[in-house]
Design a protein around this ligand. Structure first.
Ligand SMILES: Cc1cc2nc3c(=O)[nH]c(=O)nc-3n(C[C@H](O)[C@H](O)[C@H](O)COP(=O)(O)OP(=O)(O)OC[C@H]3O[C@@H](n4cnc5c(N)ncnc54)[C@H](O)[C@@H]3O)c2cc1C
Length: 471
């Protein structure tokens, strides 16, 4: 039997798509979200349950075919699309989309890996709970992809990364065995934490087929404020004040540079960006209150009053209702789209300790401006987590494609060297994929890299799980 015939036997012929049929368009699976890579798969295989995933992996292992797992294909580091060889099997998990169980007393839900994040948020809400993972791609990304990349998003400040929201996993190993680790335990010290190995491994160690996730109580009220701040240092000072006053109620703290907001204003004028014209940065704060809306509003007002007195805020608006709050978040989430409208750009998803962000920005902004006079900086991100999307757009009038071709390597080196000097990470939340793989040997501790290679060799000795990614 050929590999294709075995795959068809495993999942049904209708769920094995190949280029043999010229009417089948595989580009949705073969091209990444940013359209930076377009590969060619031997086949796109769409299993419907864990047993089928295991059969696919076994067949591929026996044939020596490598596997690229894929969820919603919203990843930003070219990790979930095949290479150009035409030999890789693209394993799409999106048909694994059942919510298996909700345990209200244990505050957990157990779900298939292909569930779309937004659907899980809704499931949790309908059950009277909160599943706090939230990011702009939530309408398409899957929880399996979120786990595989250890996604961050806008609520990390209070609830942590995806890793912190997961108690158990079900994984198909590189040999096609099923590890049933769907424990809902908050305490289990029986050896190495296998769950934490697979989370963030970007499909290079095994296929995540299901997860047991933490649920939280719904807050009584959520309030959002938008404030103009005179500097990045003022933004950091405001963060400190907000943490002190709101404590665990502070569930979001985003920073947005003036140029980034100007792009939203230019390309999506209907969104009406507030307060951006006369200030270098704006911040978006979210206060989740477990008492009442009135309590949340009183806390916010007192916080902003002190911030005005201290000079960390020069102007502010507090959303009057949920619609206004959603409008403010929508502006924040539209920055990447506005940036894409403006043209190609060089993206950096970096983190440095919050306390060092102002100095990092001052030094690196100046270095970039000196290296490429007129370059435009789209600086925004999850300041509460020390995570900036520190993106570089070509000078006005310069062709984006040519800019990338000629400057990307140089700019990356400049920014990553600065990140290293400030004890940061060159990938805060998007992962490594193939885009940053070659950078790791330079910026990752060599002992850590050696341990990572040893883990990869032990779990996937044939190197068939998403090869060429991460390490
Ligand atoms: C508009 C936009 C906004 C975004 N905002 C954020 C943000 O705020 N924070 C953030 O962290 N990310 C963000 N991202 C990046 C992206 O959404 C996340 O990386 C997301 O977690 C990927 O999920 P996915 O299902 O689309 O995975 P995919 O893109 O399909 O895959 C991502 C990686 O995971 C692997 N993988 C996927 N599923 C599995 C599985 N079941 N088992 C093993 N490996 C698997 C793939 O091989 C690949 O390496 C954003 C992306 C977009 C387009």
């Amino acid at each position: 039997m050929t590999l294709i015939a075995q795959l068809q036997a495993a999942v049904g012929a209708a769920h094995v798509l190949t280029h043999d049929d010229p009417s089948t368009d595989l580009s949705a699976w073969e091209q990444d979200w940013r359209k930076r890579a377009h590969g060619r798969a031997l086949a796109v295989v769409r299993p419907g349950n864990t047993a089928e995933v295991a059969s696919v992996v076994k067949a591929c292992a026996a044939a020596g075919a490598s596997i690229v797992p894929q969820g919603g294909n919203t990843g930003l580091v070219v990790g979930g699309v095949p290479d150009n060889s035409g030999t890789q099997v693209l394993l799409s998990l999106t048909r694994l989309n059942r919510v298996r169980a909700i345990d209200s007393a244990n505050l957990t839900m157990t779900v298939d890996a292909g569930c779309v994040l937004q659907n899980l948020q809704t499931t949790a809400t309908e059950a009277g709970f909160l599943f706090p993972l939230s990011l702009a791609a939530e309408g398409s990304c899957t929880i399996g992809g979120n786990l595989a990349t250890n996604a961050g998003g806008t609520q990390v400040l209070r609830y942590g990364n995806t890793r912190d929201l997961c108690l158990g996993l079900e994984v198909v190993t590189a040999q096609g065995e099923v590890w049933e680790g769907l424990s809902g335990l908050r305490k289990d010290n029986t050896g190495y934490d296998l769950r934490d190995l697979f989370i963030g491994s970007e499909g290079t160690l095994g296929i995540i087929t299901a997860a047991t996730l933490k649920l939280y109580p719904q807050p009584a009220a959520k309030l959002t404020a938008w404030a103009a701040v005179p500097s990045m240092q003022a933004a950091v000072d405001l963060l400190g004040l907000a943490q002190q006053r709101l404590a665990a109620g502070l569930t979001g703290f985003e920073v947005m540079g003036q140029f980034a907001l100007g792009l939203v204003d230019k390309h999506f004028a209907q969104l009406r960006v507030p307060l951006w014209q006369d200030t270098p940065y704006c911040v978006l704060l979210e206060n989740s209150d477990f008492e009442s809306e009135a309590h949340a509003r009183a806390l916010f007002e007192s916080l902003l009053e002190t911030a005005f007195e201290q000079g960390t805020v020069t102007d502010a608006v507090v959303a009057e209702n949920l619609t206004q709050a959603k409008g403010l978040w929508h502006i924040r989430e539209s920055i990447p789209l506005a940036q894409a409208e403006e043209g190609l750009n060089i993206k950096h998803d970096i983190s440095v300790p919050v306390s060092r962000i102002p100095a990092f920005c001052e030094a690196t902004d100046a270095e970039l401006q000196a290296a490429i006079p007129g370059m435009r900086l789209v600086n925004f991100g999850h300041l509460g987590d020390g995570n900036l999307h520190y993106n570089v757009q070509a000078p006005e009038g310069v062709d984006g494609k040519a800019f990338l071709r000629e400057q990307e390597e140089r700019i990356n080196t400049l920014v990553f060297d600065a990140v290293a000097r400030f004890d940061g990470s060159i990938s805060a939340e998007h992962g490594v994929g193939s885009l940053k793989r070659d950078k790791l040997p330079h910026y990752k501790n060599p002992v850590a890299l050696g341990l990572m290679r040893a883990i990869k060799a032990a779990l996937d000795p044939k190197g068939l799980m998403n090869p060429g990614r991460v390490i």
